[in-house]
Design a protein around this ligand. Sequence first.
Ligand code: BES
Ligand code: MN
Ligand code: ZN
Length: 492
Amino acid sequence: MRALALDVPPQQLAVDAVAVALAGGQPLAGAALELDRLLGGLISEVLGAGEHRGRPNEVLPLPTGGRISARRLLLYGVGSGSDLDGQRLRYAHHEMVRAARNYGYRRLGVVCAPPLSAGQLGAVVEGCVMGAWERRSRQTGSRATSLDELQVTGFGTGRGDDVAAALQMGEATNRVREWQNLPPNELTPDALAGIGREVAGRHGLDLEVLGPDELRAGGYRLLLGVAAGSAQPPRLLRLEHRGAGGSGPRLALVGKGITFDSGGLSLKTATGMETMKADMAGAAVVLSALDVIAARRLPLDVMAVVAATENMTGPAAQRPGDVVVGAGGKSVEITNTDAEGRLVLADALTLALRRGATHLVDLATLTGAAGTALGHAGTVAVSNDEELWGLTERAAELAGDRAWRLPLYPEYRGLLRSRIADLRNSGYGEAGAICAGMFLEQFVENRPWVHLDIAASSWNDNDDLTSIPRGPLGSGARLVVKLAELLAAGDR
Ligand code: BES
Ligand code: MN
Ligand code: ZN
């Protein structure tokens, strides 16, 4: 797909359709008003009749009757006021482009009249690129229209770099979604490591891939314990972009890469397992983010660490009741084999620390409780460090990739207490997302750390949430790239 920012009046865009953003309840202004005039008051008539209310996911095609160069006008809503943050804006454009493709438009113009500010160009382009993602790519005979060209106008000239960056970030997000969607018989732990190899190869990054022998030698028994029930060998990989050559902070992005989570012997229900091929979303995010970070040659040392394995029920599977000591040296009583993410992440965090990481950010589809807390609308965060959290919060806002912090009250520590080991791996049912985060905190050796639980924010399976796209969302990728940029710029 091509994306261009043009300084051409919307009535002259050479496209199939011109999409015009409507903000709920706000009067037409700027280019939209001009288009309305050229079209004999068509837009205001539709608005006056209440046929469009400017809400996200409200997309209405109208014929232009040859009065402008495009054959169709596409009215779409973006919401308004304080509703309109970067995530809403991106998803509104996602849904608009999806509708445009359903109508068969291959070349699309997007008119960004007020109320969108100049800074929102990136949001518009990223959202549109995400909407161009083809989720049915594996269906034989699928003939969904692909978007060939996006022309954005209303942001002025000289925005080529901004458009290119947004296109790159949108495509990186789409890659995460593609990987989330890969069937687990294809995306095995070794195949996931293969993606890491490709990313490393593309940019000449340091690469380390540990298999079962190296994992045993390094004492990574928490990861090995989870992998024990699977016929697929686990992989622990690390790739690093040395953008600062060893000076300044060394950021580790640590991703949960469970390529399928059956729950292990604490088996999930059939419905509980349905989307568990995407339990590697955290891994996908850190690999795709590092790809962008390396491509942009950010002046920062950033490593991606991925713990890749299945969680299965084979004859050697670990049992509830097992006690396992991982690379971090703490003993863990496995009270629930379905709380496997924190186990593999604990070892991955230890690897990152052993390799010199100074700042840790982990991303994981870790708990159903994250969905209970925030639903699909945002990522649950916990952190032990005000400064790193402050940067993360800013990055989330700038990237339109929401994260909301929950507290680590000391009282919750009791939820991790085991009678026979240092820790137990599952709590007692309350504060589930926090409890999982607190388990990880035991393995970060007091380094600045942020944990992002993307269990619900990275996949929307709720039909009622129409202003959030369905299926994989790639959440977290935009956030961590932005965070690395802030760190690289010395914003700390
Ligand atoms: N992968 C799941 C979490 C999950 C649930 C992700 C739903 C996406 C959608 C994780 O491994 C898990 O099973 N967590 C358990 C933890 C519990 C046993 C303490 C959960 O949330 O039920
Ligand atoms: Mn699980
Ligand atoms: Zn899991």
